[in-house]
Design a protein. Structure first.
Length: 113
């Protein structure tokens, strides 16, 4: 499984960004997909996850601001990020879980105050 993430960038606090992650390869083996982030000097943390059955879960810090969704026809998972805060600044990574975990290259999100 290969994952390609895009959509990061620089935005002012209160702004929005949408991340996309396109999967290819053995997609049928994937049971859930998600987004993680890692800020400088911090551990990588789960931001949001969506299962094949469209169940979702979010980190408490992003609940009500971020929305994860998927388009199965396009093998794509999205992360809509609204009301961004400077503390959301991090490298965001797409993740897919099947028999093993797969990771895409990160995309930088920078939120200025």
């Amino acid at each position: 499984v290969q994952l390609q993430a895009s959509g990061g960038g620089l935005v002012q606090a209160g702004g929005s960004l949408r991340l996309s992650c396109i999967g290819s390869g053995s997609i049928r083996s994937i049971v859930s997909m998600g987004w993680y982030r890692q800020a400088p000097g911090k551990q990588r943390e789960l931001v949001a996850r969506i299962t094949r059955g469209n169940s979702t879960n979010y980190a408490d810090s992003v609940k009500g601001r971020f929305t994860i969704s998927r388009d199965n026809a396009k093998n794509t998972v999205y992360l809509q990020m609204d009301n961004l805060k400077p503390e959301d600044t991090a490298v965001y990574y797409c993740n897919a879980l099947g028999l093993v975990a797969y990771w895409g290259k990160g995309t930088q999100v920078t939120v200025s105050s």
